[in-house]
Each structure stands twice: as structure tokens, then as C-alpha cells.
Design a protein around this ligand. Structure first.
Ligand SMILES: Cc1ncc(COP(=O)(O)O)c(C=O)c1O
Length: 391
């Protein structure tokens, strides 16, 4: 079954009691029991809920594995993985520009664990090989990374990690299972900020953890109930709805991103464009090999002052200034002061997160309108007298 067909049919039969095509939202906290401990598979909605269970089944199917647990946010999902697998004084290898929230979890929430957190340029296999030791518990990967869209060779890194007994966790938020099937590349655990492309409409916060092996998954499932950071049934239902159009949406997101990348790459006011689909991108060849599309996100460095950057991101017509990404409506952000502000400035400089870096999440609007909006902003940098508002 092809991905688009699976997104509509897999794990989601019509409701057996009514024939309803779309399963109801089981908005209930608890369940009637026939006698103590005898129930229909559900006893309390923190532990399990039919709407959530359906979503977990669909997500597992789309990632091609048997196990999924959804959480109240992407960070709650990440927290469960770290809580399940890290022990005091363990070592963790992370990408240089790991998502700011992951950085904060490791450095602050797990501060008492006295972890050795090794930031590595995961685009360089020699650097990864050097960073992994016998004490490395987790190799945490994002590919493409947030926000610089750096691409890592997941299969090669998984081989290096497994040889030293480390688990490989891949944050698949940017690529989505449409463009990248991490498990076939050797990941042990995949995490998602479902908030982004999977839900797709900027109307909820949610996360997911997926695993192929039951034994790897078991502690995550335990923590989902034991810590209780579970999403509401309505939010699970909204994600189920969003997933039906996932492929359609991300293909359009990617088409718009590629079009914008080409335009920006040729513009004199843009110093650098980060998009794996550009032949000039250092990870282009690896991306071609391990992805079936280059994704919907891109970033660029403007050739302008901090004021120019501020004005550019604040005054777009279709790109709304805001945190997050992956929704149908275009978003723009300034990572240094928004998504990655929790990384100290000095560290941001080390990992190449410059203050002129802008992250773009093109929506599914018409690409020509999005390009026009960005060109109007760039023209303003060249001609400071003109209005910033694109008309
Ligand atoms: C790559 C990546 N991973 C994880 C997260 C965290 O997800 P959430 O905001 O749903 O907690 C984000 C949020 O922006 C992200 O971009």
C-alpha cells in the first residue's frame, strides 16, 4: 500500500458500532468495568484512550513500525526518551545545532545527572566516530537539523553507534515519514514534534515516540502513563484528521521551499541559503540518498544589519512572525531570539547560529505569492526608503 493510501486506510476502519467513517472522539476520563479489573481494554484515559490508541496505530503504521506512544508535546516525548534511557554520568552525542528545547532538556532538566553532552558536527562521520565512546548511551540526531537544515548520514552513524552499544534516536520532525523512513536507516527510536507537519494546521501541541523493538519501547510506554504527559482525545482526533492530508501537504510545502530557495540563492542581499535540495548544499548528496524529498523547511542568512533582519521578519505579508513550523500558513522566525534563544549566545556562535539567520516555514499558499512577499522585504534592505509592507 502506498503512503497516501495508508494515511487514509491503515489502522482506521469505519466505526464497527455505527458504521461512521470517522471514529468518534472518546472524550472520557474513565470506563465502566464489568467486575474489578475486567474491562474492554480501557480503564483510565491517562493509561489508554481509544482515540489516542487509534492515532498511535496510524503513526506507527506510517513510520513502518509496531510501537508508538503520543505525548502532550514534542518535548514531553523527548523527555520520556531521555528519562527512560539516561543514567547519571552517561554520555550523549548531539548535533551542533540541536533544537534549543532538546538542548535545554539535556543541560537544565537533566543537570543533576551530570551528563557528558558532546555536540558534534554530525555531517562529519569522522567527528561522530571520535565522539562516541563506550559510555555513550544515546546518539541523538536531527536530519535535517533545526534551523540550519544540515544533513547527516543516518545509516552510517547508526552503524557507528551500534558498534559501541549506543542507541540512536532520530528527531524526524523536519523530514516527516513522507520524505524519510528513519527506521529503515537504522534508528532505534524516532521522536516527532507532532505539533508541526504531522498535525499540520498550527492548532495543537503534541509529540510522539516510535520504536521498532518492543523491549526498546516498553520503558517509554511505562513513562507515558507513569508521568502522564498525555494529549487530550480531541487533539488526537485533530491529528488523525491532519494525517490524512500529510503527503499532499508536505509535497506542496517542499515545492514552495524549493522555489523560494532558488530565488533567495540568486539574491544579492542573501548571504547564504540552507536548503538540502540545492545542489550547493553540503548535504545534498546524502539527502538525495536517504530522503525521497528535501522537505519544506529552509533558512537563510541576510546580508544586512540586525535592524534589517528584525524589520524583514516583522513585516511580511504572508510569512507570519512566530515560533513553530509545518503548518498550512507560512511562518518566519529569527532563531537567535526565538526558537534557539535558550542556547547561550556564545554557544550559538560556535555552532554557526548567526544573528542574521532567518528560518522559513513556507505554508501551502501559492508559491508565487510567497516569493513576492520575500522579494519585497529584500528590496527594502537595498532601498531603505521604501515601505516594509508588501502591497
Ligand atoms: C525539531 C524539533 N523537535 C522537537 C520540538 C519540540 O516540540 P514541541 O514544541 O511540540 O514540544 C521542536 C519544536 O519546535 C522541534 O522543532
Amino acid at each position: 500500500m502506498h503512503f497516501a493510501t495508508r494515511a487514509i486506510h491503515a489502522s482506521q476502519p469505519s466505526d464497527p458500532s455505527t458504521g461512521a467513517l470517522i471514529a468518534p472522539i472518546y472524550q472520557t476520563s474513565t470506563y465502566e468495568q464489568e467486575s474489578p479489573g475486567v474491562n474492554l481494554g480501557f480503564d483510565y484515559s491517562r493509561t489508554n484512550n481509544p482515540t489516542r490508541a487509534r492515532l498511535e496505530g496510524v503513526l506507527a503504521d506510517l513510520e513502518g513500525v509496531g510501537h508508538c506512544a503520543v505525548f502532550a508535546s514534542g518535548l514531553a516525548a523527548e523527555h520520556a526518551v531521555l528519562q527512560a534511557y539516561l543514567r547519571p554520568r552517561d554520555e550523549v552525542v548531539v548535533p551542533l545545532d540541536v533544537y534549543g528545547g532538546t538542548y535545554r532538556l539535556l543541560h537544565r532538566v537533566f543537570a543533576a545527572f551530570d551528563l557528558t553532552i558532546t555536540p558534534v558536527d554530525t555531517t562529519r562521520l569522522d567527528a561522530v566516530a571520535e565522539a562516541i565512546t563506550d559510555r555513550t548511551r544515546l546518539v541523538w540526531l536531527e536530519s535535517p537539523t533545526n534551523p540550519r537544515l544540515l544533513v547527516s548520514d543516518i545509516a552510517a552513524i547508526a552503524a557507528l553507534a551500534h558498534a559501541r552499544g549506543a542507541l540512536v534516536v532520530v528527531d524526524n520532525t523536519f523530514a516527516t515519514p513522507v520524505f524519510q523512513q528513519r527506521f529503515t536507516l537504522g534508528a532505534d527510536i524516532v521522536v516527532h514534534s507532532v505539533t508541526k507537519y504531522l498535525a499540520g494546521h498550527s492548532d495543537l501541541i503534541q509529540g510522539a515516540v516510535l520504536a521498532r523493538d518492543a523491549a526498546v519501547f516498553e520503558p517509554i510506554k511505562f513513562l507515558q502513563n507513569a508521568i502522564g504527559a498525555v494529549p487530550a482525545p480531541l487533539d488526537c482526533w485533530l491529528t488523525l484528521r491532519g494525517l490524512k492530508t500529510l503527503e499532499l501537504r508536505v509535497l506542496r510545502h517542499a515545492e514552495n521551499a524549493a522555489r523560494i530557495a532558488d530565488v533567495l540563492a540568486a539574491h544579492p542581499r542573501v548571504r547564504r541559503v540552507y536548503y538540502p535540495g540545492l545542489a550547493s548544499h553540503p548535504g545534498h548528496d546524502v539527502a538525495r540518498r536517504q530522503m525521497s524529498g528535501f522537505g519544506g523547511m529552509l533558512a537563510c542568512e541576510l546580508d544586512g544589519s540586525v535592524d534589517d533582519v528584525t524589520a524583514f521578519v516583522s513585516n511580511r505579508r504572508y510569512f507570519t512572525l512566530g515560533e513553530s513550523l509545518g503548518g498550512v500558513r507560512s511562518l518566519i522566525c529569527h532563531p537567535a531570539r526565538m526558537t534557539h534563544a535558550s542556547i547561550p549566545a556564545q554557544q550559538r556562535a560556535v555552532v554557526g547560529l548567526s544573528d542574521s539567520l532567518i528560518r522559513l516555514s513556507p505554508g501551502i499558499e501559492h508559491g508565487a505569492d510567497l516569493v513576492e512577499d520575500l522579494l519585497a522585504g529584500l528590496a527594502q534592505i537595498e532601498n531603505p526608503d521604501r515601505s516594509f509592507i508588501c502591497v
